[in-house]
Design a protein around this ligand. Structure first.
Ligand code: C2E
Ligand code: CA
Ligand code: CA
Ligand code: CA
Length: 278
């Protein structure tokens, strides 16, 4: 046992040691994963509720781990953030998603918006605006077809750096959405101060729509708030017809969820899209 001072003792058990060494191993595997091209993006469609058309897709990261198979981000994102590897990973995600979006547009699939998740740490350590500008130029993707999903954690920051980067993103003409809206912070100040385009209602509210009037009140309020502020509103995690019907009745603009499609590899996405529009 090791004293941490102040009468606090922490016991390092064999269990914790093995946990730590597993994490260290995963970190070193994560480090080589970028170079070994073990990452892949899966795409999940956004459906416009007025037209019933697919208007875009969110790019979601997957890791083909050499022994453990296909890993979802929850299994490695924490470690990627702690180790700083998330910067290189997210840069790859941005490049790959923009390349894909531009290819889809050239292939005549229509104006599909491609959405990419950004991490708070990128805003602290990277010139996100410059990165996005470079990636847009190199991919040839139309700026308004790129959407960046930001968490409330990024947006409540009063950091000069964040404000500068947001201004620079605004001037590029990309769209900006607030991910997991309603779960982070209750401050509405950032909505006023930043050049946002869309609120993404967190899936937890959509899930609870079937369980009484409270979730409905929250969803309705978010949709109204968004529309009053001239923002589009998308609901995440739609799994059932009944949820879809409520969202439609409430005037939600777009939906995303297993009801339409799980996140799937790009080829499967195109196949799904063509079959649906046929
Ligand atoms: P998110 O941005 O909120 O993405 C939505 C998550 O909900 C995805 O999980 C998606 O597969 C899942 N989902 C979609 N529809 C449904 C549904 O109808 N029901 C249920 N139960 N789940 C649904 P996924 O792909 O495991 O991603 C988890 C989180 O990891 C994402 O949450 C996002 O925060 C993060 N993430 C994913 N890709 C990236 C990335 O490239 N960069 C960064 N920084 N984070 C990423
Ligand atoms: Ca997201
Ligand atoms: Ca989300
Ligand atoms: Ca989420």
């Amino acid at each position: 046992a090791k004293s941490l001072g102040g009468g606090t003792w922490r016991f390092f058990s064999a269990d914790m040691a093995s946990h730590a060494s597993k994490a260290a191993q995963l970190e070193s595997e994560l480090r080589s994963a970028v170079k070994r091209h073990e990452f892949e993006l899966h795409y999940q469609p956004f459906v416009d509720l007025r037209t019933n058309r697919v208007v875009g897709a969110e790019a979601l990261l997957r890791w083909h781990h050499p022994d453990r198979g296909l890993l979802r981000p929850d299994a490695f994102l924490g470690l990627a953030e702690e180790s700083g590897l998330i910067m290189a990973i997210n840069e790859w995600v941005l490049r790959e998603a923009c390349r894909q979006g531009a290819a889809w547009q050239r292939a005549g699939l229509g104006a599909l918006r491609v959405a990419v998740n950004l991490s708070p740490i990128q805003f602290q350590r990277q010139k996100v605006g410059e990165l996005v500008r470079d990636v847009l130029l190199e991919s040839g993707l139309q700026p308004d077809l790129l959407e960046l999903e930001l968490t409330e954690g990024i947006l409540i920051s009063h950091d000069e750096q964040v404000i500068t980067e947001m201004e620079s993103l605004r001037s590029l003409g990309v769209s900006l959405s607030v991910d997991d809206f309603g779960t982070g912070y209750s401050s509405l100040n950032y909505i006023r101060n930043f050049p946002l385009h869309r609120l993404k209602i967190d899936s937890s509210f959509v899930r609870d729509l079937a369980h009484g009037p409270r979730a409905l009140a929250i969803v309705r309020t978010i949709i109204d708030l968004g529309h009053i502020l001239n923002l589009q509103v998308l609901a995440e995690g739609v799994e059932e017809e009944a949820q879809l019907a409520v969202l439609q009745a409430e005037g939600c603009d777009e939906v995303q969820g297993y009801y339409f499609s799980r996140p799937i590899p790009p080829d499967a996405f195109v196949e799904w899209l063509l079959a649906r529009e046929a």
